[in-house]
Design a protein around this ligand. Structure first.
Ligand code: SF4
Length: 422
C-alpha cells in the first residue's frame, strides 16, 4: 500500500515553492499527499531561520506529530535545518535532518533510515553548495511562485540567509523558459519570479557556462515568450534595479507595473551599519524614475525598525523619508537578534517596547499609503486576474498594479483576466 506524506512550510514564498517541489518529488516516488492535520506515514517540515521562534515552532509541530502519529517518520529541512542541524536532531521524535544541499534528495534519504534510530543529519558546509534546483508551487493557484535564483553574496549585518542558503546561484534562462512553458500548460496565468537576491540572477550559473546571464536578459526573454500573461518581480534590491529594467517594465505587456524594493532604513547612518549597498538618495532616484515612466506603478517597501543604534532621530528620518516617498505600501519588520551576525555587536540596543511602537507607527503609515494609492485609481478600468478560490460567494483578484479587488463570485471569471472599473 502507498505511504502518505504531509508537508508544512514555515517562512517565505521561496520556502513555499520548495515545499511544492518536495511534495512533487515524493508523489513521483509513490507517496500520497495528505493534509498536515491528518495521520500520515511521513511528515516534512520546511523551516525558516527568519522566524523568531523557529526552534519553538519546530518543537511544537514535532510534539503534535508524536501525539497523533508516534510511528510516523519526521523530516526537518529548510534554512533552520541548515543552520542548526544538531539542535534539530536532538528534538525527540525527529528522524531525519536535511540541509540545503540534500533537501531535494529526500526520497533517497527516506529509504536509508529506520524509525527509532537516532536522527540522521544529512548536511554539508554551506560554502560548498553550488547546485541550483528550480522550484514552483502549482496547487490550485492562478498565481505561482517560480524560484529562479537562490542564495546571496551580500553581507547585510542583520541577516543569516547567506549562512543558510549559501552563495548566489541561478537557473539558466533556457531552463526558466522551459519551466514557464510547463506552468502555462498547467493553466497558470501569473508567475511571480522569486529568489533570495533576485536582481543578482545569472551570477554563478551552474552547468559550466562561461557567459553569465543577467536579470534584464531574463525579463527580455520572458516578455517575448508566449503562454504566461503576467509576471511579477517578487523583490529587487535598489542597487540592482537598473534604469534599463525600469524603462523596460514600463513598455512591457507581460511584466506587471509592480516593484517591491527593500529599503530597510531611511537613515544613511543606519543603512551603513546594516551594510546595505546604497544610500537613501539612490532609493529616491529609483522611485522617482518609476513614477515618472509609470505613474500607476505599485511600489512596496521593506523596512526594519529598531536596528541597534537607531535613535529617535534616525527613526524620524526613516518615517519622514517614507512619508514623503510616492510608494504604495510597506512591509514592516521589527529587528530581532540573530546569532552569528555583526549586528549583534552594535550598541545601543533598542528596547523591545520602542521597537514595537516604531513598528506600529510605520504600519499605520503603510495603511495610509495603501488607501491613498487605491483612491488614486478609483474610476479607472484596469485588468484584474481573478483567482481560483472563492470565499462566501465572493472572488478575489489583483489588478496589474496590485490593487486587491473583491467581487461577487462568477464562475467565468475564475483564473481569467477581466477588464474592471475600480
Ligand atoms: S541582500 Fe542582505 S538581507 Fe537580503 S538575503 Fe542578502 S544578505 Fe540577507
Amino acid at each position: 500500500m502507498s505511504k502518505t506524506v504531509a508537508l508544512h512550510t514555515l517562512g517565505c514564498k521561496l520556502n513555499f515553492s520548495e515545499t511544492s517541489t518536495l511534495s512533487r518529488l515524493l508523489e513521483q516516488d509513490g507517496f500520497i499527499k495528505t493534509d498536515f492535520e491528518e495521520i500520515a506515514d511521513v511528515y516534512v517540515i520546511n523551516t525558516c531561520s527568519v522566524t523568531d521562534n523557529a526552534d519553538k515552532e519546530c518543537r511544537l509541530l514535532v510534539r503534535r506529530i508524536q501525539k497523533k502519529a508516534p510511528e510516523a517518520m519526521v523530516v526537518i529541512t529548510g534554512c533552520y535545518a541548515q543552520l542548526k542541524p544538531e539542535e534539530i536532531a536532538s528534538i525527540p521524535g525527529v528522524d531525519l535532518v536535511l540541509g540545503a544541499a540534500e533537501k531535494f534528495n529526500i526520497t533517497h534519504h527516506l529509504k536509508e533510515i529506520t524509525k527509532g534510530d537516532s536522527a540522521k543529519i544529512c548536511s554539508c558546509d554551506i560554502e560548498d553548495i553550488n547546485t541550483f534546483t528550480a522550484s514552483y508551487s502549482i496547487n490550485d493557484r492562478t498565481r505561482t511562485f517560480l524560484k529562479v535564483q537562490d542564495g546571496c553574496d551580500y553581507t547585510c549585518s542583520f541577516c543569516t540567509i547567506p549562512m543558510a542558503r549559501g552563495k548566489s546561484r541561478s537557473d539558466s534562462i533556457s531552463k526558466v523558459i522551459a519551466n514557464v512553458k510547463e506552468l502555462s500548460a498547467n493553466g497558470i496565468k501569473e508567475v511571480v519570479l522569486t529568489g533570495i537576491n533576485l536582481g543578482d540572477f545569472g551570477k554563478g550559473l551552474t552547468g559550466g557556462k562561461i557567459k553569465e546571464e543577467n536579470f534584464f536578459e531574463l525579463l527580455q526573454e520572458l516578455d517575448t515568450t508566449e503562454g504566461i500573461d503576467r509576471y511579477r518581480i517578487s523583490s529587487i534590491e535598489p542597487n540592482l534595479l537598473t534604469n534599463e529594467i525600469i524603462e523596460f517594465v514600463s513598455n512591457s505587456k507581460r511584466i506587471m507595473p509592480h516593484f517591491h524594493i527593500p529599503l530597510q532604513s531611511g537613515s544613511n547612518k543606519i543603512l551603513g551599519l546594516m551594510r546595505r549597498r546604497y544610500k537613501r538618495e539612490l532609493y529616491t532616484e529609483k522611485v522617482g524614475l518609476i513614477k515618472t515612466v509609470m505613474p500607476h506603478c505599485a511600489i512596496g517597501v521593506d523596512v526594519i525598525v529598531g536596528f541597534p543604534g537607531e535613535t529617535e532621530e534616525d527613526f524620524k528620518e526613516t518615517f519622514d523619508f517614507l512619508h514623503g516617498l510616492d510608494i504604495s505600501y510597506l512591509h514592516v519588520f521589527t529587528y530581532s537578534e540573530r546569532p552569528n551576525t555583526y549586528a549583534l555587536e552594535l550598541k545601543p540596543v533598542v528596547p523591545i517596547h520602542v521597537r514595537n511602537e516604531r513598528n506600529k507607527l510605520l504600519r499605520n503609515l503603510s495603511y495610509q499609503k495603501m488607501q491613498y494609492f487605491t483612491q488614486q485609481h478609483i474610476g479607472e478600468t484596469r485588468k484584474v486576474l481573478f483567482e481560483s478560490h472563492s470565499k462566501n460567494n465572493t472572488i478575489e483578484g489583483y489588478t496589474d498594479n496590485y490593487i486587491k479587488i473583491t467581487a461577487s463570485y462568477k464562475e467565468e471569471w475564475v483564473n481569467n483576466v477581466v477588464e474592471w472599473k475600480i
